[in-house]
Design a protein around this ligand. Structure first.
Ligand code: AGP
Length: 371
């Protein structure tokens, strides 16, 4: 087992460190001089052109990757896209037909809630495409097409590299749809592709700078609760950061859309409540970044300790941050590939500081095969 952990204390730490390679592997062979080639997606280009609506169904961390995918798919393809918890999908009798594309995201390919959602979609004649990490598992077998993530086996219960590779697969699929439908030209797709290709190196650099996060986690390990806020793609990142902390450190942790705070949750904040704030790029979207900075000021005024995740060079946030963690600059839609990583490390280290087994948290199974 020690050998399998590759010198790390836990599988989770190894899997966090594996992420640059996992992303590179997921991109491998799918990028050409003419854009994106997804030969394995066996839905014809004509059928993809006929799609009028996309639904994404998934659970837990995979659902968070779907939330990010919604922003990217709608932005790049202009096709309406909804993301739904797989466990809720069929009960509300969604409107589906043969021009609906349902994307089922699952690391294991065996999650029963996701499988039942996809079966329901197929019964209603929708086309189903799986994004999955496990070759030959049930969800891809029952789908019309599959786009595999090449993250390698994920052993720790808490999902890390699966999340980042799901994001990459969703980006590829969104760009491919835009390419096939003629919404984006090859050079526009190529520009995003080049930015995606740089992310493994940027992540390696980021992973080398995580000592302050480790130090911070010792400080936060006795907190009563930890709140997370973000906007746009930073919102699912906030939810993912909170989920990691709940499942590993057994702490009360909640993620909020930053703008929703003042509609209720701000009442949770008291002196020294740590609030982890995911700040958008000032270059990518200055207006959104400024809105989050005002939200940081709001929570700080109520006594919160603000832990700010911001883009390198955004010196303006320093005045509002009790703790500041910089991540490399990438385009706004790709930012979750960077901003999630400090939150994974934070949760892993806080759980360890509290004396818990991060690879096998209580009450949880790696794959949930019951509804
Ligand atoms: C995340 O850390 C979890 N262990 C969990 O939310 C997981 O992502 C969810 O159960 C979905 O699993 P799947 O990707 O295998 O379908």
């Amino acid at each position: 087992k020690a050998a399998e952990k590759g010198g790390f204390d836990h599988f989770m730490l190894k899997e966090i460190a594996d992420q640059p390679q996992a992303i590179a592997d997921t991109l491998l062979g799918r990028l050409t001089d003419h854009g994106i080639a997804l030969d394995e997606v066996r839905i014809s280009d004509q059928d993809l052109r006929d799609v009028t609506k996309v639904f994404i169904v998934a659970c837990g961390t995979a659902y968070h990757s779907g939330m990010v995918a919604k922003y990217a798919i709608e932005h790049w393809t202009r096709i309406p896209c909804e993301v739904e918890l797989a466990s809720e999908f069929r009960y509300r009798d969604p409107i589906l037909d043969s021009s609906t594309l349902v994307i089922a995201i699952s690391q294991s390919g065996e999650t029963m809630d996701t499988l039942m959602a996809l079966r329901h979609a197929k019964q209603q004649k929708a086309r189903v495409l799986a994004i999955c990490n496990t070759n030959g598992s049930t969800i891809p077998r029952e789908s019309d097409a599959v786009l595999y993530t090449h993250g390698g086996p994920e052993i720790a219960v808490a999902s890390t590299k699966a999340f980042l590779t799901q994001l990459v697969a969703c980006y590829l699929l969104g760009l491919y749809l835009a390419q096939v439908r003629g919404i984006m030209y090859a050079d526009e797709v190529g520009a995003v592709v080049r930015q995606l290709q740089q992310t493994p190196d940027l992540l390696r650099d980021l992973l080398d700078q995580m000592d302050p996060v480790r130090k911070l986690s010792r400080d936060l390990s006795s907190a009563r609760q930890v709140l997370f806020i973000g906007r746009h793609v930073g919102y699912p990142v906030a939810l993912e950061g909170a989920l990691k902390l709940k499942e590993l450190a057994y702490m009360h942790a909640e993620g909020f859309a930053a703008g929703e705070l003042k509609h209720g949750p701000i009442a949770l904040i008291d002196d020294d409540t740590p609030v982890i704030c995911v700040v958008p790029s000032p270059v990518g979207n200055a207006m959104m970044r400024d809105k989050v900075v005002s939200n940081i000021q709001e929570v700080r005024a109520r006594g919160a300790r603000t832990i700010v995740i911001a883009e390198e060079g955004d010196e303006g946030v320093r005045a509002y941050a009790d703790d500041l963690i910089f991540v490399p600059r990438v385009p706004t839609l790709l930012a979750p590939l960077m901003t999630t990583v400090p939150l994974q490390i934070l949760a892993c280290e806080i759980a360890t500081a509290r004396g818990y087994d991060v690879d096998q948290p209580r009450n949880l199974a790696k794959s949930v095969t019951v509804e």
